[in-house]
Design a protein around this ligand. Structure first.
Ligand SMILES: [Zn+2]
Ligand SMILES: [Zn+2]
Length: 70
């Protein structure tokens, strides 16, 4: 069964799951900008508190819980 049958689209660069092709297209602009700036092919989710970078929103959320929750 092709992956498209699940209705989910996964970014081949950072692995983030998007719900449709339009979202993927918009998401890919992030990588295009990073390419222009010479950054690695990665969608960084930057912590607003300490500036640490995370590959996925889930990792950032976990970081917030573990490092910045009181
Ligand atoms: Zn991506
Ligand atoms: Zn942080």
């Amino acid at each position: 069964m092709p992956a498209e049958a699940t209705g989910e689209i996964r970014c081949q660069i950072c692995g983030v799951v998007l719900s449709n092709a339009i979202e993927l297209e918009e998401h890919m602009e992030v990588h295009a900008e990073q390419r222009a700036e010479g950054e690695p092919y990665q969608t960084w989710h930057v912590c607003a508190f300490c500036g640490q970078k995370f590959a996925t929103p889930e990792e950032l959320r976990t970081h917030h819980r573990t490092a910045h929750s009181k």
